[in-house]
Design a protein around this ligand. Structure first.
Ligand code: 13P
Ligand code: SF4
Length: 392
């Protein structure tokens, strides 16, 4: 297992994929003006019409969102694009795991049959737009952990649950082992589903979403050991801790949401006694527990939309979304929960230059940044995704 546990900084910078990373040149027009790039992007959009769908995740920069046909959260975007009858190409302005999910859902067997076998191509405008959290749980590390766990507990009674922010290979692992995928909006119903099928859950890769959700369900934190894939034995736990566990948490986190602290919450409450604290469940437990409300990006947007004018908010999620909420809701007083910049650096890699380059290559018949999940991995990932989709 030693080699599996080697920590590699490069893995945190590059997307996790079962395919070798392609090598290709960077966009040659990186320095072009935004207005020129926008015009070129729009020219390809006009030409391709409904065959091309550009997706923009809520954390994306405004100038990219301006060219998106759909704006949304990671699962919602993939589902909407997969449902589109005319779409043949998806340009996913998000991160690698989102593009993989779009490929799996848009090219599932019944969709392929409806289109007479024609695939939808999914393009990620920058292949280095990975998710550092997803990269913290590589499938070979998970397999090694599963095998080591079998020395202490009956793995047939463990239900593996992976957050959608994970590589397709980890989703496939969950599919093969009777497990399931969750999102930040359905994690609690997914954990209930899992406990109807097993004694214990192994939750990947975000320890905070796993802990926050399980604690909201009344599970004692003492029954939630954290599995560190770099520890020498038992993920850093005694055998008894593993045997008494109900939720085993993988030692992963979001580098953006881990920046919010309980001290930030206290400072805002002291300065603005009426303020409401609204956070994403990827935030650490000490922030989540004292927040007024928590939820996925979609829920955060809904809560702000529905609040009475004049409500004061301090929001703990990615900076671009919070700034957009400020612009779109001048009737509310919105603050960013942290004094430091917390933005998703990998999402930010996708800019107008990369989008333009991707679309012009598509139009020239030389596509770049194609995400095509290995068929066997896609098949088992779909099993885990469909278990979740059947719950909603
Ligand atoms: P959503 O699924 O809520 O869009 O969240 C994605 C994400 O990466 C949050 O960090
Ligand atoms: Fe991943 Fe965090 Fe970025 Fe979301 S915000 S894509 S979890 S690194």
């Amino acid at each position: 297992m030693g080699a599996d546990k080697k920590h590699s900084i490069a893995r945190f910078l590059m997307p996790t994929t079962s395919d070798p990373l392609p090598t290709y040149a960077l966009p040659p027009f990186k320095e072009s003006e935004n207005a020129e790039l926008s015009a070129r992007i729009e020219a390809v959009r006009q030409k391709w019409g409904e065959r091309l769908v550009i997706l923009g995740h809520h954390y994306q920069q405004d100038e990219v969102i301006a060219h998106s046909d759909l704006r949304g959260d990671s699962l919602g975007l993939s589902q909407k694009a997969a449902a589109s009858e005319h779409c043949r190409v998806i340009a996913f302005c998000g991160v690698h795991f989102m593009a993989e999910t779009a490929d799996i859902l848009a090219n599932r067997p019944e969709k392929l049959q409806d289109r007479g076998g024609e695939r939808v191509s999914v393009l990620l405008p920058d292949m280095a737009a990975g998710c550092s959290m997803a990269d913290m749980a590589e499938v070979d590390q998970v397999e090694a952990a599963w095998s080591e766990l079998s020395e202490h507990v009956d793995t047939k009674k463990i239900v593996p649950v992976t957050y959608i922010n994970s590589a397709a290979s980890l989703k496939a692992f969950c599919g093969r082992h009777g497990g399931i995928v969750c999102t930040s909006s359905n994690a609690e119903s997914v954990l209930r589903w899992a406990f109807e099928r097993g004694d214990r859950v192994f939750f990947f890769p975000d320890q905070h979403l796993g802990r926050n959700t399980a604690m909201s369900m009344g599970i004692d934190p003492a029954e939630m050991p954290v599995w560190d894939p770099y520890a020498d034995f038992g993920g850093g736990n005694e055998a008894a801790e593993l045997q008494q566990s109900r939720v085993l948490l993988w030692k992963g986190h979001c580098s953006v949401h881990q920046m919010f602290t309980a001290a930030h919450v206290a400072q805002f409450r002291q300065q603005y006694p009426q303020i409401k604290i609204l956070v994403h469940p990827e935030c650490p437990r000490e922030v989540y527990e004292i927040a007024d409300e928590a939820g996925s990006t979609a829920k955060i947007i809904d809560v702000v939309r529905q609040a009475p004018a004049g409500t004061q908010w301090a929001i703990g999620t990615e900076l671009h979304l919070v700034n957009r909420l400020k612009q779109e809701h001048p009737e509310q007083e919105i603050h960013f929960l942290s004094p430091v910049v917390c933005m998703c650096a990998t999402m930010y890699r996708i800019d107008l230059a990369h989008l333009c380059w991707t679309l012009e290559n598509l139009d020239a018949g030389t596509p770049v940044g194609t995400i095509e999940v290995d068929p066997e991995i896609a098949r088992w990932s779909l099993v885990a995704l469909e278990r979740m989709l059947e719950l909603s």
